[in-house]
Design a protein around this ligand. Structure first.
Ligand SMILES: Cc1cc2nc3c(=O)[nH]c(=O)nc-3n(C[C@H](O)[C@H](O)[C@H](O)COP(=O)(O)O)c2cc1C
Length: 330
């Protein structure tokens, strides 16, 4: 069975990439993931705040207009103010590249134009196969319009693109007013892959302590819906690879992702829950399903249930939406 796939120019032995998480934060853990069959890993993120940057653009960006700089600084965990992390990250990459044969994708997490470029170059020199950008910014300013916010993403990508020649993936969120056009803008600005989608941390209220809390909730297959929708819409529209993320737990989820048009998938919650051996099980189940249905390769199924051949995807989506609501019986 041919499980190979090409993701932003990287040849992968199968579509399973382990996403940025504690699973990819240590050499030993990554070794286990490789042994279990993972085709690539995205390292846990290095945050812009952890990178020693001369321009201090992040400070300017986040603290501009802030009444109390010291108070604002207090929101950040201690670790963000240390540059040791960023040096350690580079050392880990060098060690991984000497001992691990699957592609290693670094994850840069930040929001501003500054501070990335020199570090991105160092990542490339350390030997990473690609960089994934996670640009997470909650636009709280009611005077900032959508175009301004979108430009922030484009600027952050552009600055990295100008400084490295390795492939760059952008981990998108699904909350743009026009995700399809945002995908196009990111592709035009040099993204080689789009990860659909990032999973925002959950906001809740602790009623005992009467404060707001943010948590990471594990996902399930049910959470794959938006990823399937947008993979199907974007498939073959842009010169960019697509990676399904958020809710990929089983071999069925991988099949659905591929059929919707993804080139690869990322898994985190399922592996945190069941251990790295889950990758082996999922790959076995994937092959068994493909044999039973007489598929010979992953390539063969890519985009087979996308909206590529639909002349008016918006009308199609609207009609399906109406059908689901009107056909519901209780
Ligand atoms: C404990 C934990 C830590 C994570 N850390 C990062 C991170 O450092 N950078 C990042 O881009 N995503 C991070 N993520 C998000 C995952 O990479 C992934 O996008 C998300 O969990 C959705 O995938 P899943 O449905 O397979 O869990 C983290 C997720 C979890 C559960």
């Amino acid at each position: 069975m041919d499980l190979t796939t090409t993701y932003m120019g990287l040849k992968l032995k199968n579509p399973i990439i382990v996403g940025a998480s504690p699973l990819t934060a240590s050499f030993e853990s990554i070794q286990k993931l490789e042994e279990s069959g993972a085709a690539a890993v995205v390292l846990h993120s290095i945050f812009e705040e952890q990178i020693n940057h001369e321009t201090h653009e992040l400070d300017h960006f986040l603290f501009k207009g802030s009444e109390d700089y010291a108070e604002a600084l207090g929101y950040f965990p201690e670790v963000t103010l240390s540059n040791l992390e960023s040096e350690h990250y580079l050392d880990e990459i060098k060690k991984l590249k000497e001992n691990i044969s699957i592609p290693i994708i670094a994850s840069l997490n930040g929001v501003s134009r500054g501070g990335w470029q020199e570090y991105a170059k160092k990542l490339e020199s350390a030997g990473v196969d690609a960089i994934e950008l996670n640009i997470t910014y909650i636009p709280t300013d009611i005077d900032k319009d959508a175009r301004e916010i979108e430009q922030l993403y484009i600027d952050a990508l552009t600055v990295v693109r100008e400084h490295v020649s390795i492939p760059i993936a952008v981990k998108m969120n699904a909350f743009f007013s026009a995700p399809a056009q945002m995908a196009k803008k990111l592709t035009d600005a040099g993204a080689n892959a789009l990860v659909l989608f990032d999973r925002p941390v959950h906001v809740d209220i602790d009623l005992e302590n009467l404060n707001s809390v943010q948590t990471i909730n594990p996902t399930r297959s049910n959470d794959l819906s938006e990823t399937l929708r947008w993979s199907a819409i974007l498939y073959n529209k842009l010169d960019v690879s697509l990676c399904a993320s958020t809710g990929v737990s089983t071999h069925e989820d991988i099949l659905k992702s591929m059929m919707s048009g993804a080139d690869a998938v990322q898994m985190v919650s399922a592996i945190l829950k069941y251990g790295e051996a889950h990758i082996t099980t999922v790959l076995e189940n994937l092959v068994a399903w493909m044999e039973e249905k007489e598929y010979v390769s992953i390539e063969q199924m890519k985009g087979s249930i996308s909206l590529h051949h639909t002349s008016n995807p918006a009308a199609y989506e609207r009609a399906n939406y109406m059908r689901v609501l009107t056909d519901y019986r209780y």
